[in-house]
Design a protein around this ligand. Structure first.
Ligand code: SAH
Ligand code: SF4
Length: 356
């Protein structure tokens, strides 16, 4: 067995400590960091401003890996999805979602998820383990490999944004997500601005209160219901962190951060898509004094889930009602539907195929 360390996922100060231990001067940190995170090199031999001896020493001490691509699918709408495997054989999904000009890479943070939301396929798969900071960062690095976007000016990149909205609950893997964000936003490397990273959470209140201090990324909250009882019915986490307290935490975040809070709202037919639900949402935002934007998401049904997507007419009426109240309420059509680019579906499909 090798006792090499995975370099990807070490913060700059951790890398500095390792190099110091190897007797290297401090300026090596920046050189190596740039090769790895600006030029995207995976071979120490290509780091041409380092001596041959040092390259060899680094190769003996570290590995620079990418997750293995098990499957790749390109949708007719250009959404691209990868099923990726890590060293221990666990698999996750990463998705690139092009928007009108550029696009976002949707990254996973856990293998499975412990939150058990009733409408979510990942939630039905239980939590196997957290991803390491390196595994989180390397999903984006793999996407950069595929789109050949290393060593490019910010404005020229197609992969302009990151959303922590893949499999898993990012705030349940807090420390690693904080580290991953630190690496992804480092100006000498990958250099994605904090303003271009959105973290989506089911509502882990204590950590919502820490986001600004530790990461400064944009917050999106999966709301999906317009009152406490209904939210508890579909999201077990609501029993621990109830809606009123969640909205108080959102308001406090907004007070510190400014701007608006994005609420994701899945449109579940006959469950949360009536005009009464829209009225309730508006009343809640008024009560808690929140400047909200609602992303209305088309529900992706999966076998075994008894919820159904709302019809287009109902989604439009709901959106209109929220707009009449003065909220932005864009409708998010399911992207990449032909390749099941939502929430654990490729992974599970692959499992079915494997076991056939
Ligand atoms: N755990 C975090 C982030 C990952 S889930 C969270 O819950 O916010 C990312 C988004 O996908 C969430 O808004 C989630 O509610 C939504 N989602 C889950 N299952 C879905 C489905 N079947 N169809 C469409 N969106 C779904
Ligand atoms: Fe986990 Fe998010 Fe799915 Fe809920 S919606 S089970 S929090 S991944």
């Amino acid at each position: 067995m090798t006792n090499k360390i995975e370099l990807i996922g070490l913060t700059k100060s951790q890398l500095a400590a390792c190099l110091h231990e190897m007797g290297e001067p401090a300026f090596r940190v920046k050189q190596i960091w740039q090769w790895v995170y600006f030029y995207g090199k995976t071979d120490f031999n290509e780091m041409t401003n380092l001596s041959k001896t040092l390259r060899q020493k680094l190769a003996e001490r570290f590995i620079l890996s990418r997750p293995k691509v098990i499957a790749e699918q390109l949708s007719t709408d250009k959404t691209r999805k990868w099923l990726l495997e890590f060293a221990d054989g666990e698999k996750i999904e990463t998705v690139y979602i092009p928007e009108s000009d550029r696009g976002a890479v949707c990254i996973s943070t856990q293998i499975g998820c412990a939150m058990g939301c009733r409408f979510c396929h990942t939630g039905s798969q239980k939590l196997t383990r957290n991803l390491t900071a390196g595994e989180i960062v390397s999903q984006f690095m793999l996407a950069r490999d595929v789109y050949k976007e290393w060593n490019l000016e910010g404005e020229k990149r197609m992969l302009s944004n990151i959303v922590l909205m893949g499999m898993g609950e990012p705030l349940q893997n807090y420390e690693n997500v904080v580290k991953a964000v630190e690496i992804l936003t480092d100006g000498e490397g990958i250099a994605i601005s904090k303003r271009r990273i959105t973290l989506s959470t089911s509502g882990i209140i204590p950590h919502i209160r820490d986001i600004d201090r530790d990461m400064g990324v944009k917050l999106a909250v999966s709301l999906h219901a317009s009152n406490n009882e209904q939210r508890s019915e579909i999201m077990p986490i609501n029993k621990k962190y109830p809606l009123p307290q969640l909205l108080e935490a959102c308001r406090d975040y907004q007070t510190n951060h400014g701007g608006y809070i994005t609420f994701e709202y899945l449109m579940l037919n006959g469950f949360n898509d009536t005009m009464t639900n829209a009225d309730e949402l508006a009343a809640l935002m008024k009560k808690y004094n929140i400047n909200a934007k609602f992303n209305l998401i088309a529900f992706n049904p999966w076998p075994g889930c008894h919820y159904q997507p709302s019809s287009n007419n109902r989604i439009h009426a709901f959106s209109q009602k929220l707009q009449d109240y003065g909220f932005a309420a864009p409708i998010r059509t399911a992207r990449g539907q032909d390749i099941l680019a939502a929430c654990g579906q490729l992974k599970s499909k692959k499992k079915e195929v494997d076991s056939e």
